[in-house]
Design a protein around this ligand. Structure first.
Ligand SMILES: CC(C)(COP(=O)(O)OP(=O)(O)OC[C@H]1O[C@@H](n2cnc3c(N)ncnc32)[C@H](O)[C@@H]1OP(=O)(O)O)[C@@H](O)C(=O)NCCC(=O)NCCS
Length: 398
Protein backbone atom coordinates (compact mmCIF):
# COMPACT_ATOMS: atom_id res chain seq x y z
CA UNK A 1 0.00 0.00 0.00
CA UNK A 2 1.26 3.48 -0.87
CA UNK A 3 1.27 6.26 1.75
CA UNK A 4 -1.81 8.50 1.68
CA UNK A 5 0.33 11.50 0.83
CA UNK A 6 1.30 9.82 -2.44
CA UNK A 7 -0.72 10.62 -5.53
CA UNK A 8 -0.51 8.86 -8.86
CA UNK A 9 -1.69 10.87 -11.84
CA UNK A 10 -1.57 10.80 -15.60
CA UNK A 11 0.32 13.64 -17.24
CA UNK A 12 0.48 15.03 -20.75
CA UNK A 13 3.58 14.65 -22.92
CA UNK A 14 4.32 18.35 -22.36
CA UNK A 15 4.46 17.83 -18.57
CA UNK A 16 7.03 15.03 -18.92
CA UNK A 17 9.96 17.45 -19.16
CA UNK A 18 9.35 18.99 -15.72
CA UNK A 19 8.44 15.72 -14.01
CA UNK A 20 9.86 12.64 -15.73
CA UNK A 21 12.99 14.05 -17.37
CA UNK A 22 15.02 14.42 -14.13
CA UNK A 23 14.13 10.89 -12.96
CA UNK A 24 14.75 9.22 -16.31
CA UNK A 25 17.95 11.09 -17.00
CA UNK A 26 19.32 10.33 -13.55
CA UNK A 27 18.41 6.64 -13.96
CA UNK A 28 19.55 6.00 -17.51
CA UNK A 29 22.07 8.65 -18.62
CA UNK A 30 25.42 9.98 -17.49
CA UNK A 31 24.73 12.74 -14.96
CA UNK A 32 24.74 15.51 -13.81
CA UNK A 33 23.28 16.52 -17.14
CA UNK A 34 23.58 19.83 -18.94
CA UNK A 35 20.88 22.31 -19.94
CA UNK A 36 21.00 21.20 -23.56
CA UNK A 37 19.88 17.70 -22.57
CA UNK A 38 16.64 19.06 -21.14
CA UNK A 39 15.90 21.02 -24.30
CA UNK A 40 16.62 17.99 -26.48
CA UNK A 41 14.21 15.91 -24.34
CA UNK A 42 11.51 18.57 -24.59
CA UNK A 43 11.79 18.61 -28.39
CA UNK A 44 11.15 14.86 -28.52
CA UNK A 45 7.96 15.01 -26.44
CA UNK A 46 5.45 15.36 -29.32
CA UNK A 47 6.44 11.79 -30.25
CA UNK A 48 5.16 10.66 -26.84
CA UNK A 49 1.79 12.38 -27.04
CA UNK A 50 -0.14 9.12 -27.48
CA UNK A 51 1.70 7.30 -24.66
CA UNK A 52 0.13 6.89 -21.22
CA UNK A 53 2.54 8.69 -18.88
CA UNK A 54 2.01 8.28 -15.13
CA UNK A 55 3.86 9.88 -12.23
CA UNK A 56 3.78 9.39 -8.45
CA UNK A 57 3.97 12.63 -6.49
CA UNK A 58 4.39 13.39 -2.80
CA UNK A 59 4.08 16.97 -1.49
CA UNK A 60 4.40 18.23 -5.06
CA UNK A 61 7.62 16.33 -5.76
CA UNK A 62 7.71 13.69 -8.50
CA UNK A 63 9.15 10.50 -7.02
CA UNK A 64 8.60 7.94 -9.75
CA UNK A 65 7.34 7.55 -13.30
CA UNK A 66 6.28 4.94 -15.84
CA UNK A 67 4.80 5.03 -19.33
CA UNK A 68 3.07 2.76 -21.83
CA UNK A 69 3.62 3.31 -25.55
CA UNK A 70 0.74 2.41 -27.83
CA UNK A 71 2.05 -0.40 -29.99
CA UNK A 72 0.76 -3.46 -31.82
CA UNK A 73 2.12 -7.00 -31.70
CA UNK A 74 1.55 -10.28 -33.53
CA UNK A 75 1.14 -13.17 -31.10
CA UNK A 76 0.81 -16.47 -32.99
CA UNK A 77 -0.94 -14.85 -35.91
CA UNK A 78 -3.28 -12.55 -33.99
CA UNK A 79 -2.42 -8.83 -33.92
CA UNK A 80 -3.03 -7.25 -30.51
CA UNK A 81 -2.87 -3.72 -29.20
CA UNK A 82 0.23 -3.81 -27.01
CA UNK A 83 1.36 -1.66 -24.11
CA UNK A 84 5.10 -1.07 -24.58
CA UNK A 85 6.20 -0.22 -21.04
CA UNK A 86 9.10 2.23 -20.80
CA UNK A 87 10.43 5.16 -18.75
CA UNK A 88 10.20 3.26 -15.45
CA UNK A 89 12.30 5.06 -12.84
CA UNK A 90 12.14 6.26 -9.25
CA UNK A 91 14.04 8.86 -7.27
CA UNK A 92 16.99 7.22 -5.48
CA UNK A 93 15.69 8.39 -2.09
CA UNK A 94 12.25 6.91 -2.79
CA UNK A 95 13.28 3.42 -3.91
CA UNK A 96 12.10 0.22 -2.25
CA UNK A 97 8.92 1.84 -0.90
CA UNK A 98 6.59 0.09 -3.33
CA UNK A 99 6.03 3.26 -5.35
CA UNK A 100 6.88 1.69 -8.70
CA UNK A 101 4.71 -1.31 -7.87
CA UNK A 102 1.76 1.05 -7.38
CA UNK A 103 2.54 2.84 -10.63
CA UNK A 104 2.94 -0.30 -12.71
CA UNK A 105 -0.27 -1.87 -11.39
CA UNK A 106 -2.21 1.27 -12.29
CA UNK A 107 -0.44 1.57 -15.67
CA UNK A 108 -1.21 -2.00 -16.74
CA UNK A 109 -4.85 -1.68 -15.69
CA UNK A 110 -5.24 1.59 -17.55
CA UNK A 111 -3.52 0.20 -20.67
CA UNK A 112 -5.85 -2.80 -20.56
CA UNK A 113 -8.91 -0.58 -20.11
CA UNK A 114 -7.71 1.43 -23.13
CA UNK A 115 -7.66 -1.76 -25.23
CA UNK A 116 -4.15 -3.21 -24.88
CA UNK A 117 -4.41 -6.97 -24.57
CA UNK A 118 -0.69 -7.78 -24.29
CA UNK A 119 2.36 -5.92 -22.99
CA UNK A 120 6.13 -5.99 -23.53
CA UNK A 121 9.16 -4.24 -22.08
CA UNK A 122 12.95 -4.40 -21.94
CA UNK A 123 13.93 -5.17 -18.33
CA UNK A 124 16.88 -3.80 -16.39
CA UNK A 125 16.52 -6.96 -14.34
CA UNK A 126 14.08 -9.70 -15.35
CA UNK A 127 13.35 -10.83 -11.78
CA UNK A 128 11.86 -7.38 -11.06
CA UNK A 129 9.35 -7.63 -13.91
CA UNK A 130 8.71 -11.34 -13.27
CA UNK A 131 6.90 -10.07 -10.15
CA UNK A 132 4.51 -8.28 -12.49
CA UNK A 133 3.77 -11.35 -14.63
CA UNK A 134 6.32 -10.84 -17.41
CA UNK A 135 8.36 -13.69 -18.92
CA UNK A 136 11.56 -13.49 -20.98
CA UNK A 137 11.85 -13.84 -24.75
CA UNK A 138 15.07 -14.34 -26.74
CA UNK A 139 17.48 -11.51 -27.32
CA UNK A 140 18.24 -10.80 -30.96
CA UNK A 141 21.50 -12.18 -32.35
CA UNK A 142 24.22 -10.11 -33.96
CA UNK A 143 25.97 -11.73 -36.92
CA UNK A 144 29.45 -10.33 -37.57
CA UNK A 145 31.28 -11.18 -40.76
CA UNK A 146 33.67 -9.85 -43.38
CA UNK A 147 31.91 -9.00 -46.65
CA UNK A 148 34.35 -11.16 -48.66
CA UNK A 149 32.74 -14.21 -47.00
CA UNK A 150 29.73 -13.55 -49.22
CA UNK A 151 31.81 -13.26 -52.43
CA UNK A 152 29.55 -15.78 -54.18
CA UNK A 153 26.89 -13.06 -54.19
CA UNK A 154 29.01 -10.30 -55.82
CA UNK A 155 28.02 -11.16 -59.34
CA UNK A 156 25.00 -13.37 -58.70
CA UNK A 157 22.05 -12.45 -60.92
CA UNK A 158 19.18 -12.15 -58.48
CA UNK A 159 15.74 -11.20 -59.77
CA UNK A 160 15.44 -7.94 -57.87
CA UNK A 161 17.39 -4.85 -56.83
CA UNK A 162 18.42 -2.91 -53.74
CA UNK A 163 18.17 0.85 -53.42
CA UNK A 164 20.09 2.79 -50.78
CA UNK A 165 18.14 5.74 -49.41
CA UNK A 166 18.39 8.15 -46.51
CA UNK A 167 16.04 7.15 -43.70
CA UNK A 168 13.90 10.17 -44.52
CA UNK A 169 13.47 9.06 -48.15
CA UNK A 170 13.09 5.35 -47.38
CA UNK A 171 10.93 5.79 -44.30
CA UNK A 172 7.51 5.18 -45.89
CA UNK A 173 8.59 1.90 -47.51
CA UNK A 174 10.52 0.83 -44.40
CA UNK A 175 7.35 1.45 -42.36
CA UNK A 176 5.16 -0.46 -44.80
CA UNK A 177 7.47 -3.46 -44.54
CA UNK A 178 7.15 -3.33 -40.74
CA UNK A 179 3.36 -3.27 -41.12
CA UNK A 180 3.48 -6.28 -43.43
CA UNK A 181 5.73 -8.23 -41.05
CA UNK A 182 3.39 -7.33 -38.17
CA UNK A 183 0.75 -9.39 -39.94
CA UNK A 184 3.13 -12.27 -40.73
CA UNK A 185 5.67 -12.80 -37.95
CA UNK A 186 5.07 -14.15 -34.46
CA UNK A 187 6.19 -11.61 -31.86
CA UNK A 188 6.77 -8.73 -34.29
CA UNK A 189 5.84 -5.38 -32.71
CA UNK A 190 5.42 -1.89 -34.19
CA UNK A 191 4.93 1.59 -32.75
CA UNK A 192 1.92 3.77 -33.51
CA UNK A 193 2.44 6.48 -36.12
CA UNK A 194 3.06 9.21 -33.55
CA UNK A 195 5.97 7.44 -31.85
CA UNK A 196 7.40 6.00 -35.09
CA UNK A 197 7.62 9.45 -36.71
CA UNK A 198 10.75 10.25 -34.69
CA UNK A 199 12.75 7.64 -36.62
CA UNK A 200 12.13 9.44 -39.92
CA UNK A 201 14.94 11.82 -38.99
CA UNK A 202 17.41 9.16 -37.87
CA UNK A 203 20.85 9.71 -39.35
CA UNK A 204 20.91 6.29 -40.97
CA UNK A 205 20.81 4.69 -44.38
CA UNK A 206 18.10 2.28 -45.32
CA UNK A 207 18.62 -0.38 -48.00
CA UNK A 208 15.33 -1.40 -49.61
CA UNK A 209 15.18 -4.66 -51.57
CA UNK A 210 12.47 -4.91 -54.23
CA UNK A 211 11.29 -7.57 -56.65
CA UNK A 212 9.06 -6.24 -59.44
CA UNK A 213 8.53 -3.09 -57.39
CA UNK A 214 7.37 -5.00 -54.29
CA UNK A 215 9.44 -4.45 -51.14
CA UNK A 216 10.81 -7.82 -49.99
CA UNK A 217 13.46 -6.65 -47.55
CA UNK A 218 14.92 -3.67 -45.73
CA UNK A 219 17.78 -2.98 -43.38
CA UNK A 220 18.84 0.31 -41.83
CA UNK A 221 22.49 0.88 -41.07
CA UNK A 222 25.37 3.27 -40.68
CA UNK A 223 28.98 3.04 -41.82
CA UNK A 224 31.33 3.53 -38.86
CA UNK A 225 34.51 4.19 -40.84
CA UNK A 226 36.30 3.48 -44.11
CA UNK A 227 38.04 0.14 -43.71
CA UNK A 228 36.16 -0.32 -40.43
CA UNK A 229 32.68 -1.47 -39.50
CA UNK A 230 29.19 -1.27 -40.92
CA UNK A 231 26.53 -1.46 -38.18
CA UNK A 232 23.09 -2.60 -39.27
CA UNK A 233 19.84 -3.02 -37.38
CA UNK A 234 17.46 -5.89 -38.04
CA UNK A 235 17.75 -7.75 -41.32
CA UNK A 236 14.09 -7.65 -42.32
CA UNK A 237 12.90 -9.79 -45.20
CA UNK A 238 9.68 -11.39 -46.33
CA UNK A 239 11.59 -14.52 -47.43
CA UNK A 240 14.89 -15.92 -48.72
CA UNK A 241 15.07 -13.70 -51.82
CA UNK A 242 14.76 -10.50 -49.80
CA UNK A 243 17.48 -11.75 -47.48
CA UNK A 244 19.78 -12.72 -50.37
CA UNK A 245 19.34 -9.30 -52.00
CA UNK A 246 20.32 -7.53 -48.76
CA UNK A 247 23.29 -9.85 -48.21
CA UNK A 248 24.42 -9.18 -51.77
CA UNK A 249 24.25 -5.47 -50.98
CA UNK A 250 26.48 -6.01 -47.93
CA UNK A 251 28.84 -8.22 -49.99
CA UNK A 252 29.40 -5.32 -52.38
CA UNK A 253 30.97 -3.33 -49.53
CA UNK A 254 33.96 -5.67 -49.70
CA UNK A 255 36.54 -2.98 -50.49
CA UNK A 256 34.97 -0.46 -48.17
CA UNK A 257 34.41 -2.08 -44.76
CA UNK A 258 36.21 -4.84 -42.90
CA UNK A 259 33.20 -6.12 -41.02
CA UNK A 260 29.42 -6.04 -41.13
CA UNK A 261 27.38 -6.36 -37.90
CA UNK A 262 23.71 -7.11 -38.44
CA UNK A 263 20.90 -8.02 -36.06
CA UNK A 264 19.03 -11.23 -36.78
CA UNK A 265 16.25 -13.24 -35.14
CA UNK A 266 16.83 -16.59 -33.42
CA UNK A 267 15.58 -18.48 -36.46
CA UNK A 268 18.30 -17.08 -38.74
CA UNK A 269 21.32 -19.36 -39.23
CA UNK A 270 24.05 -17.09 -40.65
CA UNK A 271 26.59 -19.92 -41.00
CA UNK A 272 24.38 -21.21 -43.80
CA UNK A 273 24.56 -17.95 -45.78
CA UNK A 274 27.67 -19.12 -47.66
CA UNK A 275 30.29 -21.83 -48.11
CA UNK A 276 33.62 -21.23 -46.29
CA UNK A 277 31.77 -18.39 -44.59
CA UNK A 278 33.40 -17.09 -41.40
CA UNK A 279 30.79 -15.59 -39.10
CA UNK A 280 30.18 -15.10 -35.39
CA UNK A 281 26.56 -15.03 -34.24
CA UNK A 282 26.11 -13.82 -30.68
CA UNK A 283 23.36 -12.94 -28.22
CA UNK A 284 24.98 -11.11 -25.34
CA UNK A 285 22.83 -10.95 -22.24
CA UNK A 286 24.04 -9.00 -19.23
CA UNK A 287 21.74 -6.83 -17.20
CA UNK A 288 20.97 -4.00 -17.04
CA UNK A 289 22.05 -3.04 -20.57
CA UNK A 290 21.63 -6.10 -22.77
CA UNK A 291 18.68 -8.44 -22.53
CA UNK A 292 15.71 -9.83 -24.38
CA UNK A 293 12.26 -8.28 -24.14
CA UNK A 294 9.77 -9.62 -21.61
CA UNK A 295 6.09 -10.08 -22.40
CA UNK A 296 2.78 -10.77 -20.66
CA UNK A 297 -0.91 -11.19 -21.38
CA UNK A 298 -3.28 -8.48 -20.14
CA UNK A 299 -6.61 -9.97 -21.27
CA UNK A 300 -7.52 -13.66 -21.52
CA UNK A 301 -10.69 -13.62 -23.70
CA UNK A 302 -8.73 -11.51 -26.24
CA UNK A 303 -6.59 -14.58 -26.95
CA UNK A 304 -9.51 -16.20 -28.78
CA UNK A 305 -8.51 -16.51 -32.42
CA UNK A 306 -4.81 -17.17 -31.73
CA UNK A 307 -3.31 -19.87 -33.99
CA UNK A 308 -3.12 -23.01 -31.82
CA UNK A 309 -2.97 -26.79 -32.02
CA UNK A 310 -5.69 -29.10 -30.72
CA UNK A 311 -6.46 -29.51 -27.04
CA UNK A 312 -8.90 -28.73 -24.26
CA UNK A 313 -7.50 -27.75 -20.86
CA UNK A 314 -8.80 -25.74 -17.92
CA UNK A 315 -6.12 -23.70 -16.16
CA UNK A 316 -6.18 -21.52 -13.09
CA UNK A 317 -4.25 -18.27 -12.78
CA UNK A 318 -4.33 -17.26 -9.12
CA UNK A 319 -3.90 -13.73 -7.80
CA UNK A 320 -3.69 -11.53 -10.85
CA UNK A 321 -5.98 -8.50 -11.00
CA UNK A 322 -6.14 -8.56 -14.82
CA UNK A 323 -6.13 -12.20 -15.89
CA UNK A 324 -6.66 -14.14 -12.66
CA UNK A 325 -9.32 -16.87 -12.56
CA UNK A 326 -10.30 -20.16 -14.16
CA UNK A 327 -9.94 -20.34 -17.94
CA UNK A 328 -10.87 -23.03 -20.42
CA UNK A 329 -8.47 -23.15 -23.38
CA UNK A 330 -9.82 -25.00 -26.39
CA UNK A 331 -7.92 -25.50 -29.63
CA UNK A 332 -9.95 -26.60 -32.63
CA UNK A 333 -9.55 -26.13 -36.37
CA UNK A 334 -6.19 -24.38 -35.78
CA UNK A 335 -7.57 -21.70 -33.48
CA UNK A 336 -7.76 -21.09 -29.76
CA UNK A 337 -10.94 -20.20 -27.87
CA UNK A 338 -10.69 -18.86 -24.32
CA UNK A 339 -13.75 -18.90 -22.06
CA UNK A 340 -14.37 -18.77 -18.30
CA UNK A 341 -13.60 -22.21 -16.85
CA UNK A 342 -15.87 -24.30 -14.65
CA UNK A 343 -14.00 -27.65 -14.49
CA UNK A 344 -11.31 -28.53 -11.95
CA UNK A 345 -8.10 -26.97 -13.32
CA UNK A 346 -5.46 -29.35 -14.71
CA UNK A 347 -2.77 -26.69 -14.32
CA UNK A 348 -2.14 -23.73 -12.04
CA UNK A 349 -0.09 -21.11 -13.81
CA UNK A 350 1.41 -17.75 -12.94
CA UNK A 351 0.80 -15.04 -15.55
CA UNK A 352 4.44 -15.56 -16.58
CA UNK A 353 3.83 -19.29 -17.00
CA UNK A 354 0.75 -18.77 -19.16
CA UNK A 355 2.54 -16.03 -21.15
CA UNK A 356 5.56 -18.31 -21.67
CA UNK A 357 3.30 -20.98 -23.21
CA UNK A 358 1.37 -18.50 -25.33
CA UNK A 359 4.49 -16.79 -26.70
CA UNK A 360 6.10 -20.17 -27.45
CA UNK A 361 9.20 -19.66 -25.29
CA UNK A 362 8.44 -22.31 -22.64
CA UNK A 363 6.84 -25.72 -22.84
CA UNK A 364 4.71 -27.09 -19.95
CA UNK A 365 7.63 -28.98 -18.38
CA UNK A 366 9.77 -25.83 -18.43
CA UNK A 367 6.92 -23.88 -16.85
CA UNK A 368 7.16 -26.31 -13.92
CA UNK A 369 10.97 -26.45 -13.74
CA UNK A 370 11.15 -22.65 -13.86
CA UNK A 371 8.73 -22.40 -10.92
CA UNK A 372 6.03 -20.72 -13.00
CA UNK A 373 3.25 -23.20 -12.29
CA UNK A 374 2.05 -26.71 -11.56
CA UNK A 375 0.87 -28.90 -14.43
CA UNK A 376 -0.89 -32.29 -13.98
CA UNK A 377 0.81 -34.96 -16.06
CA UNK A 378 -2.41 -35.39 -18.07
CA UNK A 379 -2.28 -31.69 -19.04
CA UNK A 380 1.30 -31.71 -20.40
CA UNK A 381 0.38 -33.17 -23.81
CA UNK A 382 -2.67 -30.94 -24.51
CA UNK A 383 -0.82 -27.79 -23.42
CA UNK A 384 2.17 -28.73 -25.62
CA UNK A 385 -0.20 -29.35 -28.49
CA UNK A 386 -2.10 -26.07 -27.97
CA UNK A 387 1.10 -24.00 -27.72
CA UNK A 388 3.94 -25.51 -29.78
CA UNK A 389 7.37 -23.98 -29.26
CA UNK A 390 7.77 -20.97 -31.55
CA UNK A 391 10.29 -18.22 -30.79
CA UNK A 392 8.94 -14.66 -31.06
CA UNK A 393 10.91 -11.96 -32.84
CA UNK A 394 9.95 -8.58 -31.42
CA UNK A 395 12.35 -6.38 -33.39
CA UNK A 396 11.24 -3.02 -31.90
CA UNK A 397 13.46 -1.59 -29.13
CA UNK A 398 11.90 0.78 -26.63
C1 LIG B 1 14.05 -0.29 -10.63
C2 LIG B 1 13.32 0.81 -9.90
C3 LIG B 1 12.38 1.50 -10.88
C4 LIG B 1 12.51 0.15 -8.75
O1 LIG B 1 11.76 1.14 -8.11
P1 LIG B 1 11.24 0.99 -6.60
O2 LIG B 1 10.39 2.17 -6.31
O3 LIG B 1 12.42 0.72 -5.73
O4 LIG B 1 10.36 -0.34 -6.70
P2 LIG B 1 9.31 -0.85 -5.62
O5 LIG B 1 9.72 -0.44 -4.24
O6 LIG B 1 7.94 -0.48 -6.06
O7 LIG B 1 9.48 -2.42 -5.76
C5 LIG B 1 8.56 -3.26 -6.45
C6 LIG B 1 8.92 -4.70 -6.20
O8 LIG B 1 10.16 -5.05 -6.84
C7 LIG B 1 11.13 -5.50 -5.89
N1 LIG B 1 12.41 -4.95 -6.35
C8 LIG B 1 12.83 -3.68 -6.26
N2 LIG B 1 14.03 -3.57 -6.85
C9 LIG B 1 14.36 -4.80 -7.31
C10 LIG B 1 15.46 -5.32 -8.02
N3 LIG B 1 16.51 -4.57 -8.33
N4 LIG B 1 15.46 -6.62 -8.38
C11 LIG B 1 14.42 -7.43 -8.08
N5 LIG B 1 13.33 -6.98 -7.40
C12 LIG B 1 13.31 -5.68 -7.03
C13 LIG B 1 10.66 -4.93 -4.58
O9 LIG B 1 11.12 -5.74 -3.51
C14 LIG B 1 9.15 -5.00 -4.73
O10 LIG B 1 8.68 -6.33 -4.57
P3 LIG B 1 7.20 -6.67 -4.01
O11 LIG B 1 6.31 -5.49 -4.34
O12 LIG B 1 6.82 -7.90 -4.76
O13 LIG B 1 7.39 -6.84 -2.55
C15 LIG B 1 14.30 1.84 -9.29
O14 LIG B 1 15.22 1.16 -8.50
C16 LIG B 1 15.05 2.65 -10.35
O15 LIG B 1 14.62 3.72 -10.74
N6 LIG B 1 16.23 2.13 -10.81
C17 LIG B 1 17.01 2.80 -11.83
C18 LIG B 1 16.30 2.85 -13.17
C19 LIG B 1 15.88 1.49 -13.70
O16 LIG B 1 16.63 0.56 -13.71
N7 LIG B 1 14.60 1.43 -14.18
C20 LIG B 1 14.04 0.25 -14.76
C21 LIG B 1 14.15 0.31 -16.24
S1 LIG B 1 13.54 -1.12 -17.02
Amino acid sequence: MLDESMEIRQISAAERTATMFPLQTYAFMPSPWTEGDEEAYEKRMPFFSTAISLIAEEHGQTLACAAALRMRQNVRGKVHDMAGVASVASHPSARRRGIVRGLLERLLRQARDDGSTVSALYPFRPSFYARFGYVGTPRHRIATFAPEGLAHLHRAELPGEVERLSMRDGFAEWQRLHERLLGERHGFAVYDETRAAEFRDDKRWVAIARVDGEVVGAVDYRVGSYGGDLYASDLLATGPLGRALLLQFFARHVDQVARVHVRVSTDEVPELWGTDFTVTTEAKVDQPRHGGAMVRVLDMPALTGTAAGSGDVTVEIPDDPLVGGLWRLTGEGGHLTVTKGTATPAATLTVGGLSGLLYGVLDPIEVVTRGLGQVDSAAVAPLSSLFPRQMPYICADF
